[in-house]
Design a protein around this ligand. Structure first.
Ligand SMILES: Nc1ncnc2c1ncn2[C@@H]1O[C@H](COP(=O)(O)OP(=O)(O)OP(=O)(O)O)[C@@H](O)[C@H]1O
Ligand SMILES: [Mg+2]
Length: 329
C-alpha cells in the first residue's frame, strides 16, 4: 500500500531470503567465496555458522543458483530434524535415486555409486544441509561416514553444513571430534555495523525502485535503526517494513528516528529473556549460593558456641561465678 507513495516497484524488506537482494558485505562475500571455493576445489567438508537472521540461508540460495548454472548436482536438506534413515532417504531422493523399500546399506551403496559415477565423468556432487544445528548426533555420524567417500587426493562428495552457533558447540563435543577434524574450511556470519546497515537499507530501497534512499531513511534514522536492531538483517527488514507502513499512515515523506523507536518498542526488541536452559542453570546457581550461605552460618554458629563455652569454662575456673545463658548469638 505504501509502494506508490514511496516510489517503489516492489516490497524492499521482505524477510524471505531472496538472492536478488544480496548486499555483499565483506563477511557475506568471504562466506560465499568459502562455500564456493570448498565445492570447486573439492575440499570435502565445509562449515558456515552465524547468528540468527544474519543471511546464512540467503547465501546458501545464492550458492545453489551458482551450482545449478555450473551443472553441479546437489541435495539440499533444509529441515534436518530427521532420523539417520530418513536423512539418507531424503538425500537419495533429492538426487533422484530410487528409495522405496531400500535398506540403509542399500541406500548408502546407491549413493556412493552415484557419486563415484559422477566423479568419473568429472562432475561435482554436493550435499548442503541448512539449519544443521538441528542435526542429531546420530545423523552427524552419518555425515562423517559420507565424508569418507574419497580418492587418494580428492573428496567425492562435497558436504556443506550451515547453521546457528549451536552447530559449533555440537561439533566441539567429544563425540564428534572425528567429524570436527575433517572440516576443511569454516566461515562465520555476524551482524552488520553502522555503515553496512546504511548500505544494506539503501541498497534494498534502490533495488525496489527508490531513487533517493538517503532522503527516505536519513542518517539519524539509520543510527536509531542500527541501535534497535543491533545490525541483524532480519530485524532490520522487519523494522523497516513497519516503518514504511507507519510513515505512509502519517503521510511522512521521510522515516524519522521516532518511528523506528516506536516500532522497536512495539516489537519488544529490547526485551530478551534467558532461555529455559539458562534460567534453570541460574536457578541451580541460586540454590548452590543459598546452600553455601547456610553452611557459612552453621560454621559461624558452631564457632561462636565454642567460644562461648570456652569463656564459661574460664569464668568457672577463675571463680567469677560463671553466669549461664548469655548467648552470643
Ligand atoms: N547480505 C545480505 N543481503 C541482503 N539481504 C540479507 C543479507 N543478509 C541477510 N539478509 C536478509 O535477512 C533476512 C534473514 O536472512 P536469512 O533467512 O538468510 O538468515 P539466516 O541466517 O538463515 O537465519 P536463521 O538463523 O534464522 O536461519 C532475509 O530477508 C535475508 O534476505
Ligand atoms: Mg536460515
Amino acid at each position: 500500500m505504501y509502494k506508490h507513495f514511496y516510489n517503489l516497484q516492489r516490497n524492499p524488506f521482505e524477510i524471505t531470503p531472496d538472492p536478488s537482494f544480496l548486499f555483499a558485505t565483506k563477511k557475506h562475500n568471504e562466506a560465499l567465496a568459502t562455500l564456493y571455493y570448498g565445492v570447486k576445489r573439492r575440499k570435502g567438508f565445509v562449515v558456515m555458522t552465524g547468528e540468527v537472521g544474519t543471511g546464512k540461508t540467503l547465501l546458501v540460495r545464492c550458492l545453489l543458483q551458482i551450482l545449478s548454472r555450473a551443472n553441479v548436482a546437489y541435495a539440499y536438506v533444509f529441515n534436518p530434524r530427521l532420523s539417520p534413515m530418513e536423512f539418507l532417504q531424503y538425500i537419495a531422493g533429492d538426487f533422484r535415486l530410487p528409495t522405496a523399500g531400500k535398506s540403509k546399506s542399500e541406500l548408502l551403496l546407491d549413493l556412493s555409486s552415484y557419486v563415484i559415477a559422477r566423479f568419473q565423468k568429472g562432475l561435482t556432487t554436493v550435499l548442503v544441509v541448512d539449519e544443521a544445528h538441528h542435526l542429531s548426533i546420530d545423523v552427524l555420524e552419518e555425515v562423517r561416514l559420507l565424508t569418507n567417500l574419497e580418492t587418494h587426493r580428492e573428496k567425492l562428495l562435497q558436504i556443506l553444513l550451515v547453521g546457528q552457533q549451536e552447530l559449533d558447540e555440537k561439533l566441539d563435543s567429544t563425540d564428534l571430534r572425528q567429524l570436527k577434524q575433517r572440516i576443511a574450511l569454516r566461515s562465520h556470519l555476524g551482524s552488520l555495523d553502522l555503515d553496512e546497515t546504511r548500505g544494506y537499507v539503501h541498497r534494498r530501497l534502490q533495488l525496489a525502485g527508490n531513487t533517493n534512499p538517503s532522503e527516505l531513511f536519513p542518517r539519524e534514522t539509520i543510527l536509531e535503526l542500527h541501535q534497535q536492531s543491533r545490525g541483524f538483517p532480519r530485524l532490520i527488514n522487519t523494522v523497516c517494513e513497519n516503518a514504511l507502513i507507519h510513515g505512509y499512515a502519517r503521510q511522512s515523506r521521510s522515516i524519522t528516528p521516532e518511528i523506528i523507536t516506536e516500532i522497536a518498542v512495539d516489537f519488544r526488541l529490547n526485551v530478551e529473556r534467558p532461555s529455559t536452559a539458562e534460567q534453570s542453570t541460574r536457578g541451580n546457581g541460586h540454590v548452590v549460593e543459598v546452600q553455601q550461605a547456610a553452611m557459612t552460618l552453621l560454621d559461624l554458629y558452631a564457632h561462636l558456641r565454642n567460644a562461648q563455652k570456652s569463656e564459661t569454662d574460664l569464668r568457672a575456673t577463675v571463680g567469677e561465678g560463671a553466669r549461664k545463658n548469655e548467648p552470643y548469638i
